[in-house]
Ligand binder design. Sequence first.
Ligand code: CA
Length: 242
Amino acid sequence: MALKSASIPKILVIEDEERMARFIRLNLEHDGFLVNEGLTGREGLDKMRTFMPDLILLDIMLPDIDGFEVLKMIREIDNVPVIILTVKGEEDDRVRGLELGADDYVTKPFSPRELVSRVKAVLRRVEATGVGSEEIIEVDNRLKIDFSRREIWVDGNLVKLRPTEYRLLYHLVQNAGWVLTYDQILSRVWGYAYRDEPHYVRLYINYLRQKLEKDPSHPAYILTERGVGYRFVDYRRGKNLT
Ligand code: CA
């Protein structure tokens, strides 16, 4: 997906067996990845929102939400690459996982080498399609966002954003030129439990505008689509689009 930190790839492991999760984490860390874990589907989805991984390793057999359901929820929110962990002999699982939008699968038991090479292959594929390459964006020489450092600059001054503000801005910019509905914003930034709370969106849009816009009452970056949601200005228009 676009605009992720490219320096050290972040991997989220959603796996309920702690020994397996640790095995995966140690091997990925050994290869220089930054790893975070979710021991249930729910925890995994939460971590996805806060950790913003470059790739997710998703176990299919999870105690709370079935891994396929988790995959569906991930795909509703985000196009982050997902590798599912399936069990030997369950070919149907692989097909179903790929149909639901998984990028690849690894079959348990696997060797550390196999796991790491699959992860690298998927990341390379994503990189090659041009996604994930844009780390720094500049809008009208005034607003600069460095996603790899999580830094926002306005008129050359570093602006401090709270984590929720940053996540909101991140998703808006990632979809620059496109409208994000209240529901989409709520599920991406706050989580499913907040789907009936559109006032959160309005409140945090307001915070962001106060911090970023030259004239918050006449925003030039974060535009209102009345009754629908919000759209980040298409800052790339006119630039070379490849
Ligand atoms: Ca499991």
